[in-house]
Design a protein around this ligand. Structure first.
Ligand SMILES: O=P(O)(O)OC[C@H]1O[C@](O)(CO)[C@@H](O)[C@@H]1O
Ligand SMILES: [Fe+2]
Length: 189
């Protein structure tokens, strides 16, 4: 039997960076069609800001193994909608996931394929369990980077397609200085 070597790495709790991890950068231009206010999107696209960065330690896609990644989700809004991660179901839809909030303020929007949505606010120390079959997207509702750790089965995979096409049934917006979770007028089952 060949055993894999254990890994110990440090998360910089101020910046979210994991040295030697695989870094992924998602800019606003990578999120075309995701935000409701298309005019505000086109306006902000002139600067094409970084929306989030991921630092991932990933294994081969094998049953029983685990990946983990930090995400640094920057503060910002498109119109009144807060910056978010793309969001996805897992390709192996029955795979669960754990998130742990490290810095900043935000939350997670979760949704079943039928469109039943849940909003879980997150602050440093919050752990979120994403059950099998639920799509999940994180949202930065604060004014500093929202940093969190995600731990997920190595064979879970990402199914972005259904979210890209239909979005979530709820939007997380700023209204009267507050964070509000409202119905997405464009949502269709
Ligand atoms: O994959 P998305 O929806 O862009 O969100 C990024 C975050 O979610 C993960 O895909 C894990 O679910 C991580 O790679 C990262 O923490
Ligand atoms: Fe996931």
């Amino acid at each position: 039997m060949e055993y894999k070597a254990p890994i110990g790495v440090k998360i910089d709790l101020e910046t979210g960076v994991i040295l030697d991890a695989k870094k992924l950068v998602r800019r606003l231009s990578d999120l075309k069609g995701y935000f409701l206010d298309e005019k505000a999107y086109e306006e902000l696209l002139k600067d094409d800001p970084v929306v989030y960065e991921v630092y991932a330690i990933e294994q081969e896609e094998k049953d029983g193994d685990l990946n983990f990644a930090t995400t640094v989700l920057y503060p910002g809004k498109v119109g009144n909608e807060f910056f978010f991660t793309k969001g996805h179901y897992h390709s192996k839809a029955d795979r669960a996931e754990i998130y742990y909030a490290i810095k900043g303020r935000g939350g997670m929007l979760l949704q079943t394929p039928e469109g039943k949505a849940e909003w879980i606010p997150m602050e440093p120390g919050t752990v979120v369990y994403v059950p099998p079959y639920w799509a999940h997207r994180t949202v930065n509702t604060g004014d500093e980077p929202f940093i969190f750790l995600a731990i997920y089965p190595a064979d879970a995979g990402h199914d972005y397609g259904s979210i890209k096409g239909k979005g979530f049934s709820k939007l997380v917006v700023e209204a009267d200085g507050d964070v509000k979770v409202i119905d997405n007028p464009k949502w269709k089952v």
